[in-house]
Design a protein around this ligand. Structure first.
Ligand code: HEC
Length: 163
């Protein structure tokens, strides 16, 4: 009789200890899940917070942007929608804000580290875009060339300006 009582006592102690352990960790895990989830800025991360676009486009900037593209970008980015190493540029001004595009070009490392949209691309492409060391002016010229390319290849440009 005494033996039965003792084993019942031991079993209940075991239950109390294991339940206690489980209860202390569960709420912490739930709290962490709620406090994370960063909100993506559609302008990206970097020095470019506002871009003024002109219409009609600036021909001299398009020419300069085209030359920079051919020298520093065309090995990895095509002008149609096809991905080679990086995504094709067609339609880029319709899916990304101009500030995001320029921050991606001039602040590449930080964008790949912290911007959710850039990180998603990195997961798809499996290779880090190297910073091409463009000045803000050069990046703006490339953006103008991308606008022209979108007009020619996608039939529409600047679709993401206010996204
Ligand atoms: C060595 C290859 C390489 C070169 C050179 C390169 N890129 Fe990239 N680029 C990438 C890759 C790969 C990605 C996708 C993100 C990642 O995986 O790092 C990317 C992403 C981008 C994006 C975002 C595309 C989108 O669809 O949102 C822009 C904008 C961009 N690059 C601009 C440029 C410009 C402008 C140049 C030239 C000055 C350039 N890149 C040169 C490889 C390259």
């Amino acid at each position: 009789m005494n033996k039965v009582i003792l084993s019942i006592t031991l079993i209940s102690m075991g239950l109390i200890i294991s339940c206690g352990g489980g209860d202390t960790t569960a709420p912490n895990a739930a709290e962490t899940a709620v406090t994370e989830a960063p909100k993506a800025d559609p302008k990206g991360i970097g020095a470019i917070t506002s871009v003024t676009l002109t219409d009609p486009m600036e021909q001299s900037m398009i020419a300069s942007g085209k030359a920079i593209y051919e020298m520093k970008c065309s090995a990895c980015h095509k002008l149609d929608g096809m991905r080679v190493v990086g995504p094709g540029f067609s339609g880029i001004t319709n899916r990304r804000r101009p500030e995001w595009v320029m921050n991606m070009i001039t602040n590449t490392e930080v964008m790949l580290e912290k911007d959710p949209a850039a990180q998603a691309l990195l997961e798809e492409c499996l290779m880090r875009m190297p910073n091409q060391n463009l000045s803000t002016g050069d990046a703006r010229d490339v953006l103008e060339f991308m606008r022209k390319n979108d007009e020619d290849t996608a039939g529409k440009k600047d679709g993401a300006v206010n996204s």
